[in-house]
Design a protein around this ligand. Sequence first.
Ligand SMILES: *Cc1c(COP(=O)(O)O)cnc(C)c1O
Length: 406
Amino acid sequence: MTPVDKDIRRPQPPPLTQVLPAEPLLLMTAGPVPVPAEVARAGGMVINHVGDTMAMVVRHIREMSRYVFQTRDERIYGVSGPASAAMEMAVGNLLWPGRRVLVCQNGLFSSRFAEMAAGVGAEVTALDGPDGRPVCAGMVEAALRKGRFDAVTLVQGETSSGVLTGDLQQIVALARDHGALTIVDAVCTLSTMPLKKDEWGIDVVVTGSQKGLSSLPGVSLISFSPRAWEVIQGREGPRPHWCLDAARAERFWGEDAYHYTAPVPALLALHEALRLIIEETLPRRFNRHLHSSLALQAGVEAMGLELYAPAEYRLNSVLAIRVPGGVDDGVARKYMTDRFKVLIADSFGIPAVRIGQMGEQCRAPNLFRTLHALGVAFARQGVHLDPSAGMASMEAHLAEHAEDVL
Ligand SMILES: *Cc1c(COP(=O)(O)O)cnc(C)c1O
């Protein structure tokens, strides 16, 4: 008997240094986003996943997360996995057969809650935002009058179209008045625009690490209100999840005990990402994102392109730009990566390209490089555009807000 199956060929891949491009692409997509050097360094270390040092790291992460979520809630945990895992923890622990959920959806991510809720057997009612717009408070109020719901889910920023749920606070208040818990996806928005979990009365907030927080992928965060926690504790019958069981997560996050092996490098990186956010302070970070976005918006429009979302629903964290007739956006994006080493995102189902504006993406050199590459790539396909006017307009806005965007 041979120790290995000789029909299974032994692969010979090249070392990673030969796979990765000599000059990395500037990631200006809707995540993952570039990370600060401190975050990258922290993400290159492994320490024991339990014990005194890790307990201290976890304590700091929770403390800093509470500031970033603007909450006093004790139940704030990391979740091993993508932001979708935190969404799934919210859904899987608060919804089950017989429970009813109202899902406010206007794109790929907000409608993910409906898929997840249906998956755990909850009764799902979906409200669809009209084309390019979010679900508004009036629509939610009408739905809450008609039926009884245990929970309402919504996204603060729908990354797939760059659309902000402008009525978030009103929707949360309405849900509360009708006795429904609220689950808010703040994946692309947290730390890029204001969200006050306690003051606004949100029950559950989820976020990822590789978007607004500008950390490495691999870990996400979730915060439960006491009201939501009561529901979790009062649940009878079997709980379908094990890794995503909130009560079990409490063991690691609250009691320094083993649940599963935590994604140590991602947690160390998150520690640094949160620390840098706190060092910058939230108000300054919001301003940096706001003015980076306004500068880019001004530049894109002055160039002769149109933005997808109406001005009042535009996110600071991702900007969707309509692809003009006659432009093949796949060709344009390829030209941007080949010639300028800048990567922007396409869109799911809408005729737009998207530029990420999260964390380290909102730095003046990145904005100039991206807008320039976009203008050149579109203009060379024969559409009438003025890239120079766009650059001048963006520069003027940045010059006016030189203190805000560094
Ligand atoms: C990216 C994103 C998600 C999903 O994040 P993953 O880490 O890919 O699971 C969910 N919601 C929003 C708003 C997002 O931008």
